[in-house]
Design a protein around this ligand. Structure first.
Ligand code: GRF
Length: 216
């Protein structure tokens, strides 16, 4: 089986990276991790990558005066490792339009909200403050605007009475760890197509019926 070569970009903890490492360990998973790249030398996720025997690279943004030069260095590393799909997994730098264009439809991101609600940072605190009944996560193709782009998969989780930022974040994170490997699988299998700016997944089953929160 020819496996799709992933380049995973991280800045920190790397729990989504870990979920992808676990998925890719299955012999029938259609993607493999070709490179884990961090902009921060101290990212905990680098340790996870090394422990899994993966190639790693650090491109420290502090060494670059210009964003374009930083992005060019990342691009070089990705091409050196023959990366076919870039997965942003907690990567905390904005990428230049040129870089995004170069990887258009070949770069995805995971965001901890039900986009287009709550783009940007502090999603869980903002969801709690807004009193929404569902939170969740989104995996989407990357476009130049932050947290925008065709949606591949979303998971909704209920916001429960008594939730704080940490408890909600933990519930969403569990959903993230299921969604990201699934989205990568669909792309690697050639089943995720962008049609009129929206993603169609060939042969994806319909989910169970809607939830109501609070329950009756
Ligand atoms: C996740 O919540 C992801 O959705 C967001 O940043 C966080 C990264 O967490 N983009 P981790 O580094 O994967 O643990």
């Amino acid at each position: 089986m020819k496996r799709l070569r992933l380049g995973i970009l991280i800045s920190g903890r790397g729990s989504n990276l870990q979920a992808l490492i676990a998925a890719a360990a299955a012999p029938d998973y259609p993607a493999e991790i070709a490179l884990v790249l961090s902009n921060r030398p101290d990212a905990a996720g680098l340790g996870r990558a090394t422990a899994a025997g993966l190639a790693t690279a650090v491109v420290d943004h502090k060494r670059f005066a210009e964003r374009a030069a930083f992005d060019a260095e990342i691009d070089r590393a990705l091409r050196t490792h023959r990366v076919e799909l870039v997965c942003l997994a907690g990567f905390m730098r904005l990428l230049t339009p040129g870089f995004v264009a170069a990887w258009s439809d070949r770069m995805i991101n995971i965001h901890p909200s039900l986009l287009p609600a709550f783009k940007g940072l502090h999603t869980h605190a903002r969801a709690l403050a807004a009193g929404v009944r569902f939170a969740g996560c989104t995996v989407h193709f990357v476009r130049p605007e932050m947290d925008e782009g065709p949606i591949i998969v979303q998971a909704a989780v209920p916001v429960l009475a008594g939730d704080d930022e940490a408890s909600l974040a933990a519930r969403v994170l569990e959903a993230e760890h299921r969604c990201y490997p699934q989205a990568v699988r669909w792309i690697a299998e050639g089943r995720a197509r962008i049609v009129d700016g929206r993603v169609v997944i060939d042969g994806a089953p319909a989910p169970p019926d809607g939830l109501i929160n609070p329950g009756a």
